[in-house]
Design a binder for this molecule. Structure first.
Ligand code: C2E
Ligand code: CA
Ligand code: CA
Ligand code: CA
Length: 279
């Protein structure tokens, strides 16, 4: 590819060349990954702080790549988003998570909700409520056991439109959570009008909660905002007992994190639920 012009130099930067090549390769692989059934979901338990009971889980996608092994979502979700592949992938995640949650209910395990992450592109697509309705009908999952996680930046981009889209989803009976709360900018004025059930406090704030007083006050503030707006407060990334104790002291409702459990395969999550409910 020898040609003159402004873009040609990139061909001669070996590092850049490698990166471009890798991305192209990953994109080709990604296009085939759905057909080849290379995606899988792990589930991270969500725990009720007051009772200690597991009340739900979050579905997190992984890619079992034939050569690279298990690829974490941060390494391919952005590319899937860019290429539009996130739309069929997101639909697969939703269907798989609902199917799984329905199975748990059939197995007479205590009712647990399942949370699914939505991407910006998926949320902007006009037919998302239809997809969710179809998947619920198809799997027979109770809508109130499905929780859809949207990020703050996704909804604050166009809050009026987002608010309407959220209402359409709420009409189906599902819950909505605002993920990574505190990392973007939120207008409290819109927040109070959104039909959101939970605020998920971003992991970055939970991290310094114990030694950093300003981190701690962000967390207590978010918890009171949530409660004042009639929402539940969920903490993510809880890694130790000190963080958990702090969260309990300020009335946080639910938590997730390595301290209780990492995201785990469906079978392990079932085993955990069974253990938890033994008398
Ligand atoms: P997220 O939605 O904020 O998910 C939480 C991430 O934090 C997960 O990373 C989880 O494994 C990790 N985590 C949980 N507890 C702890 C902890 O105690 N300490 C630490 N250090 N990390 C913890 P994961 O699974 O790698 O996912 C990363 C991101 O990828 C997610 O962030 C989400 O934005 C995105 N993602 C994952 N699955 C999907 C999906 O199905 N669709 C879409 N659109 N995005 C997804
Ligand atoms: Ca999430
Ligand atoms: Ca999050
Ligand atoms: Ca996050």
């Amino acid at each position: 590819a020898k040609k003159d012009g402004r873009n040609s130099f990139s061909f001669y930067d070996p590092e850049m060349n490698l990166r471009v090549q890798e991305t192209l390769e990953l994109e080709t692989d990604l296009r085939q990954a759905l057909d080849r059934e290379e995606f899988l979901l792990h589930y991270q338990p969500k725990v009720d702080l007051a009772s200690g009971a597991v009340i739900g889980c979050e579905a997190l996608v992984r890619w079992r790549h034939p050569r690279r092994g298990l690829v974490p979502p941060n390494d391919f979700i952005p590319l899937a988003e860019e290429t539009g592949l996130i739309v069929p992938l997101g639909a697969w995640v939703l269907r798989e998570a609902c199917r799984q949650a329905r199975r748990w209910k059939e197995a007479e395990l205590p009712p647990v909700s399942v949370a699914v992450n939505l991407s910006a592109r998926q949320f902007r697509q006009g037919d998302l409520p239809e997809l969710v309705a179809d998947v619920l009908a198809e799997t027979g999952l109770d809508p109130h056991l499905l929780d859809l996680e949207l990020t703050e930046s996704m909804v604050m981009d166009n809050p009026v439109k987002a608010g309407r889209a959220m209402l359409d989803l709420k009409k189906l009976g599902v819950s909505l959570s605002l993920d990574d709360f505190g990392t973007g900018y939120s207008s409290l004025n819109y927040l109070r009008r959104f039909p959101v059930d939970c605020l998920k406090i971003d992991r970055s704030f939970i991290r310094d909660v114990v030694d950093d007083p300003s981190g701690a006050s962000v967390v207590t503030s978010v918890i009171s905002i949530a409660h004042n707006l009639g929402m539940a407060a969920v903490a993510e990334g809880v890694e130790n007992e000190d963080q958990l104790r702090f969260l309990a002291s300020c009335g946080c409702d639910t938590y997730q994190g390595y301290f209780f459990s990492k995201p785990i395969p469906a079978e392990e999550f079932v085993a955990l639920l069974q253990r938890e409910t033994l008398p």
